[in-house]
Design a protein around this ligand. Structure first.
Ligand code: WT7
Length: 652
């Protein structure tokens, strides 16, 4: 392959295939290939007609919309002229339609305390929170930063904002004071909602102190609302600025109606780290996002009345926004929310929760699954997981061996796995199996959802042989697409709409196999160029992970005089010693499995791999490590790379 073709040399072959269980197909939301084909056809060929009907059926409209989709790349308006409200769609709609007594949220705190809220109760709490925000001077269009533990109040605060048209900006409760201040300032936040602290792995972490440090540098913030979560009596409170949740929220009536909002009114901003520079505030608006979150939830998770659905993400990430709050609640689902760590008090906590609440749908991330594998099967085996019927994966590519373990050990070989590919920017799932109809291949996110038109192109936007792979773009607008980067239109245009004019650039590489299945090959920046062959990191990583002794692997390129780049692999191991012998064995293993070309030039054993707070391997950091110094042949000691992750702070 020539160096400038933009194509990627695909070297990894996964041939296993799993048919959807017949029982599943019979009663699933999308239950035949014909139905799927028809949905796709209508969504692309009669786009406006299709989405008009979807929006009319699935959202509540205070005022009808005039147009369906006005697309003038990169600007787009969905359902313009209409008025709806996401909090209404998530709550009032169910109460009005007689489903107020359904359980909306089942919550368990890390210490084991529990709470459950019906849709009617949740609506009341949300209305109270909204009333309190109005009292604190927040109105439509104002930005509210939310920095909270995974308590019901976090979802209540988000929906409270939506109810009055305030724009929430959830900041993951692991971020530093500096990061909170940056986000407050970029968004010009007026209110911050936080708590006195949170429970994490049996410890109590103060949050308000961190927020105070941030507020000293956040001139736009006028008020701070503080939930008492841990009962920390010496929480610092600034007179006039800070208010306890139990003082201002609890006394409210809880009767406030949802405000009719323009379809394109901002619903939330969510900051995501750019590959370089400061984090970008991804903007999502009301109607299109809400519809996309709801419909993708229903299609992909095949939601049924009696499901107990558990998404293990944090609301600090888009997964929590779309698949803990807006998607499932719009669909009237019963959602389990768990506050704490998966290994507290012990490594079986997740499985204990699945058994206790009879969870039927579990949605988690490959990084968590790889941790479970490392912790050992015994933690899983002592629990009855027979309630599970569907498993989901999100956040990174799932290595086939990890997929197989998830399928067998967690799913009892009977649950379909939906490997969902999407991004903060896409608002919701873009490609995924549909559990009743899609035969899955481990490691492939399979096919696009209705209305999603993927296109694989070279660096100039030209067609490539998609069996090799190239840059993944989306060629048509979809309702959940981002509307911009908060306060930085130019960066929005530059980042997503310039490389390939008229199409949304995802920043990922992908290929399509002969059966039409899509395989995500990692970020564009992660491609390794060895002697003119462009390789995908995930393919080499998946091969390493398929070796019995390897738990996790990260592969990066480092400069090499002759080859352009050499391949450096970092691995964590199980049931093995970090010896030179194992190192050679792993190199030979990759060579044998996928070819000499992909054989790592060096392999380093690591205690753990550096990850972002959302669990993605920081390959950029490892590239620096790999190119910094040559690896001496006899280094067999384990390196603790988590230290590096800490040094790099959250934006790496
Ligand atoms: C990036 C988006 C999607 C919500 C959580 C992460 C990678 C995500 C998959 C998947 C392969 C995946 C991509 C994507 N990614 N899901 N199923 N297979 N890669 O959201 O932080 O915006 O990250 O995560 O590289 O571009 P995000």
């Amino acid at each position: 392959m020539s160096e400038d073709s933009g194509q990627i040399d695909h070297v990894f072959h996964e041939r296993r295939k799993f048919a959807p269980p017949a029982e599943f197909t019979k009663r699933s939301v999308v239950s035949s290939q014909d139905q799927y084909a028809e949905l796709c056809q209508r969504a692309t060929e009669n786009r406006d007609e299709f989405w008009k009907a979807e929006a009319e059926e699935h959202l509540h409209w205070f005022e009808p919309f005039d147009s369906v989709c006005e697309f003038n790349a990169p600007d787009v308006k969905w359902f313009d002229g209409g008025k709806t409200n996401a909090s209404y769609n998530c709550l009032d709609k169910h109460v009005e339609e007689g489903r107020g007594n359904r359980t909306a949220i089942i919550w368990e705190g890390e210490p084991g305390d529990t709470r459950s809220l019906t849709y009617a109760e949740l609506r009341k709490e949300v209305a109270k929170c909204a009333e309190a925000m109005l009292e604190l001077g927040v109105g439509a269009g104002d930005v509210v930063s939310i920095y909270m533990p995974m308590t019901p109040e976090l979802a209540i605060a988000m929906l409270g904002c939506a109810r009055i048209g305030a724009v929430h900006s959830v900041i993951f409760a692991g971020f530093s004071a500096e990061s909170i201040a940056d986000r407050n300032n970029d968004a010009k936040a007026k209110l911050v909602i936080t708590s006195d602290g949170l429970h994490r792995r049996g410890k109590v972490l103060p949050l308000k102190e961190t927020v105070d440090e941030a507020l000293a540098k956040s001139p736009t913030v006028e008020k701070c609302l503080v939930l008492r979560r841990i009962g920390n009596s010496d929480t610092p409170m600034t007179e006039g600025r800070d208010h306890w949740w139990h003082d201002v929220v609890d006394k409210q009536q809880g009767e406030l109606h949802a405000a009719p909002m323009d379809s394109e009114a901002p619903l939330f901003i969510l900051y995501t780290s750019g590959s370089t520079g400061k984090p970008k505030g991804i903007l999502h608006t009301t109607a299109g996002y809400n519809l996309w979150a709801k419909r993708t939830f229903q299609w992909v998770f095949d939601h049924r009345e009696d499901d107990i659905y558990w998404c293990t993400a944090d609301c600090g990430w888009i997964t929590g926004h779309s698949y803990i709050v807006y998607g499932p609640l719009s669909a009237g689902a019963t959602c389990l929310i768990y506050e704490g760590a998966p290994n507290f008090p012990a490594e079986n906590r997740f499985w204990e929760l699945v058994e206790k609440y009879r969870v039927t749908i579990l949605y988690t991330a490959p990084t968590a699954i790889r941790a479970f594998i490392k912790w050992g099967d015994e933690h899983v085996e002592k629990h009855d997981l027979s309630s599970l019927r569907l498993l989901g994966s999100v956040g990174e590519g799932i290595n086939p061996e990890t997929w197989i373990w998830y399928h067998e050990k967690i799913g009892g070989s009977k649950c379909p796995i939906v490997d969902t590919w999407w991004q903060t920017e896409t608002g919701g799932i873009m490609m995924s199996p549909l559990p009743g109809i899609t035969a899955t291949k481990p490691g492939s996110c399979t096919f696009p959802l209705p209305g999603v038109v993927p296109k694989i192109v070279d660096e100039l936007g030209g067609d490539v042989d998609d069996q090799h792979g190239g840059m993944l773009c989306i060629a048509q607008p979809w309702p959940g697409m981002l509307r911009g980067i908060w306060g930085d239109h130019q960066r929005f245009v530059q980042q997503y709409w310039t490389t390939v004019p008229g199409m949304y650039l995802t920043g990922d590489n992908a290929r399509r196999d002969r059966d039409g299945y899509y395989w995500i090959m990692g970020r564009i920046d992660d491609v390794i160029n060895v002697s003119g062959h462009r390789l995908s990191t995930i393919e080499v990583e998946s091969t390493l992970v398929s070796h019995d002794c390897v738990c996790e692997a990260a592969v990066v390129g480092r400069p090499h005089e002759l080859k352009g780049q050499a391949i450096s692999a970092f691995v964590t191991i199980k049931d093995a010693e970090p010896t030179e012998e194992l190192r050679q064995e792993l190199k030979q293993y990759v060579r044998k499995q996928i070819g000499a070309l992909a054989q790592p030039d060096d392999i380093r054993f690591a205690e753990s791999l550096p990850k972002t707070r959302s669990g993605k391997i920081m390959r950029r950091l490892l590239r620096d490590v790999a190119s910094g110094r040559e690896v001496a042949g006899d280094t067999s000691t384990l390196e603790d790379l988590s230290v590096l992750a800490k040094l790099a702070d959250e934006e790496a």
